[in-house]
Design a protein around this ligand. Structure first.
Ligand code: PMP
Ligand code: GLU
Length: 391
């Protein structure tokens, strides 16, 4: 009796592995978790306290579907200050994490049979959401040799008369690649020429270790009309469980997305929005982000050095986010694929990693270094031991 649209639906591989590692740990098994796509820092107290205050003040009722006005205002200010983006609060909609925001955008613009260009390796959720809505993910592969940075010509070639949209994500999950101004400008030119809409998923903007982060829509005035700038509090302020994400886009789309919100989630948990507001308003927010970033950078350097010293493994140095995506194909081919290899790493090495195939990149493995430095060292050492036994 299930609907056709869910017959092929897969659960989020990243959430599945994270849950599995947590389950094993709760049984007392010493598993090192490289699965989790979330910072290992706690949400800062000043944010939690703003949320308690909101609860005590009775901010416990329905809120406007697009989000509380104060938070939309604070997001508009943040986008102006930090991203050189000029949006009014009426062009901003808040929903339950960037994941729901992405789904609502796709729901708002995608007709059945229309294509969306997705660059692979991609975040696991993009193609699934597109397919649920009857769209077609058009995958453009980004080779390791170019550091997983897109070749604008390859994007151009993938465009057909059915292409509606392209999804960009940098710093990238799972590769950590950052796209520079030059590449983005070429992509922007193509999108404007071919009349494509763009989702720019900027969830990891705060975690950049080399190079400069440039918001896609800030490149050219004309881009504002075709771009959905997506972001969330989840990674930036270590608020993954709070479920607060947002989009900035032209008002004609924002209105529809808010209406979709009103017919689905109604609004993001009211007091959670007050916590998010404090994260943006309090200068301690920036200090917290910088502290996390400095720590992630050290772990990235260690993870990169350790992984590249393993025989037959190649690895691109990630410029941002908190993932590293080594090529383990020499070993995965020996055991029947990367899913099998991830299972061996978990069973024999007690290390949880996410295989590359759900990201569209068979033979790779995603390691999240949002875990302690001690775990980074010990976990990669364990990986090295298991791989060396495979020869
Ligand atoms: N985009 C990317 C690239 C992600 O990695 C994630 C996962 N956190 C999301 C969006 C969704 O974030 P949220 O937790 O805010 O829904
Ligand atoms: N985005 C994170 C990850 O890639 C969280 C898990 C998810 O939302 O799928 O691991």
């Amino acid at each position: 009796m299930l609907a056709r649209r869910v017959l092929e639906l897969k659960p989020s591989a990243t959430l599945t592995i994270t849950a599995k590692a947590k389950e094993l740990r709760s049984k007392g098994i010493n598993v090192i978790g490289f699965g989790a796509g979330e910072p290992d820092f706690d949400t800062p107290d000043f944010i939690k306290e703003a949320c308690y205050r909101a609860l005590k003040e009775g901010k416990t009722k329905y809120a406007p579907s697009a989000g509380i006005p104060e938070l939309r205002e604070a997001i508009a200010e943040k986008l102006f200050r930090e991203n050189s983006l000029n949006y009014s609060p009426s062009e901003i909609v808040i929903s339950s994490g960037a994941k729901m925001i992405l789904f609502l955008i796709l729901m708002a613009v995608l007709n059945e049979g229309e294509e969306v260009i997705v660059l692979s390796p991609f975040w696991v959720t993009y193609p699934e959401q597109i397919r649920i809505l009857g769209g077609i993910p058009k995958v453009v592969k980004l080779p390791e040799e170019t550091g997983f940075v897109p070749d604008p010509d390859a994007i151009k070639e993938a465009i057909t008369e059915k292409t509606k949209l392209i999804i960009l994500n940098y710093p990238n999950n799972p590769t950590g690649a950052l796209y520079g101004r030059e590449v983005l400008e070429k992509i922007a030119e193509i999108c404007l020429e071919k009349n494509l809409l763009v989702i720019s998923d900027e969830c990891y903007e705060s975690f950049v270790y080399e190079g400069d982060f440039v918001s896609f829509a800030s490149l050219d005035e004309k881009l504002k009309d075709i771009t959905f700038t997506v972001n969330a509090f989840s990674k930036t302020f270590s608020m993954t469980g709070w479920r607060v994400g947002y989009v900035a886009c032209p008002e004609r789309y924002a209105k529809v997305i808010a209406n979709l919100n009103s017919q689905t989630v109604s609004n993001v948990t009211t007091f959670a929005q007050y916590g998010a507001l404090e994260a943006l308003k309090n200068p301690a927010g920036k200090e917290f982000v910088n502290r996390m970033k400095a720590e992630f950078k050290k772990r990235r350097d260690t993870a990169f050095d350790l992984l590249r010293s393993i025989d037959h493994v190649s690895v691109v140095k990630p410029q941002g986010a908190f993932y590293i995506f080594p090529n383990f194909s020499y070993y995965s081919e020996k055991v029947g694929g990367d899913v099998e290899l991830a299972k061996i790493l978990l069973d024999e090495g007690k290390v949880a990693c996410v295989p590359g195939s759900p990201f569209g990149a068979e033979g790779y493995m995603r390691l999240s270094y949002a875990t302690s430095m001690e775990n980074v060292r010990e976990g990669i050492e364990r990986i090295g031991e298991v791989l060396s036994k495979l020869g």
